[in-house]
Design a protein around this ligand. Structure first.
Ligand code: C5P
Length: 306
């Protein structure tokens, strides 16, 4: 069978409103996901046994083999299809999305694997059916399938496409090292317990209106992330990076998801270029890239000839 290659975007959260911890350990949340043009590529082909090979950004620290979320995705899809024979796949991940960065890179690779295997096996699952399988793999996996801008509820897996106009220019500032998502949520719980604060998760209607207007100057000040204080408590150096953004004219500055990547909203493409150079030059991050959002979700880009 011909190998199948899928391209899949990273995400930032334009709003991440975290409610109380549930009995299952997850937090109810309301989030506005936004896919951006930083892509991993995943190629699958039939093999006797399922294996994962990772090249590119952070390749050495991505778990290979059966523990990899992409390998779990292939197995979950085979199980959903009752496919017992010929369900081995060689999965090759070309990473550009850094690991443990708050950009849902692992979730993206799992989503890409679902789309690729659905195509490789000619399984014909609909996008909604694939999203169901995705939800069993991780909270952010369904959004990597959908892409664009969307509101996520529940653990983040219940999605509604958002009415958003225009296109946004971002700079992603990468930090050295990563943050563990469960540790950031736990730090958030501790901070809230100490302060006696906490609230139900709720969507910002102001942010949704600003997104409909398509005006980055309106969107920038409305970006919000309830995990940001927790991420900063674990990585105090993020404070400097976030403060540097507005100094260079960023319209908004926010920790992406559970961090430590910071996302800065620029006024336009030219401003994003300047901002990336200034942030890198000021030494507040290990590197910065320009991206645009919204980007499309996981999609087949090539079926390579055998
Ligand atoms: O769903 P996923 O495996 O990506 O979640 C990773 C971890 O993040 C969970 O084990 C949990 O600690 C935390 N999490 C959470 N509430 C959510 C999503 C994730 O507490 N809604």
């Amino acid at each position: 069978m011909t190998p199948v290659t899928v391209r899949v975007p990273a995400k930032v959260n334009l709003q991440l409103s975290v409610g109380p911890r549930r009995d299952d350990g997850y937090h109810d949340l309301v989030t506005v996901y936004h896919a951006v043009s930083l892509f991993d590529e995943v190629t699958v082909q039939s093999a006797d046994k399922t294996s994962v090979r990772v090249t590119g950004q952070d390749a050495a620290s991505v778990p290979a083999g059966r523990a990899n979320l992409a390998a779990r995705a292939a197995r979950a899809l085979a199980a959903r299809l009752n496919r017992r024979r010929k369900s081995g796949v060689q999965i090759e991940i070309r990473k550009r999305i850094p690991m443990a960065a708050g950009l849902a890179g692992g979730s993206a690779d799992a989503a890409a694997t679902l789309v690729a295997c659905n195509d490789l096996w000619d399984a014909g699952l609909t996008p909604a059916e694939l999203r169901e399988v995705a939800a069993g793999l991780g909270s952010d996996v369904p959004f990597a399938l959908l892409g664009g801008t969307a509101v996520g509820q529940g653990r983040g897996e219940r999605l509604t496409a958002a009415l958003a106009a225009g296109s946004y220019h971002w700079v992603l500032a990468f930090a050295a090292g990563g943050l563990s998502t469960p540790e950031v949520y736990a730090a958030c719980d501790r901070l809230r317990a100490a302060r006696g604060s906490g609230h139900e998760a709720a969507l910002s209607t102001e942010l949704m209106a600003a997104l409909r207007s398509g005006d980055p100057a309106a969107v920038g000040p409305l970006l919000s992330n309830d995990l940001q204080p927790a991420a900063i408590s674990l990585r105090p150096d993020l404070r400097r990076a976030l403060a540097a953004g507005p100094e260079f004219g960023a319209l908004g500055a926010i920790v992406s998801g559970s961090g430590p990547t910071c996302a800065f909203l620029a006024a336009n493409a030219g401003h994003a270029r300047e901002l990336a150079v200034s942030l890198t030059g000021s030494g507040v991050c290990r590197g910065a890239v320009r991206v645009r959002g919204p980007a499309a979700g996981a999609a087949v880009i090539a079926a390579e000839p055998e």
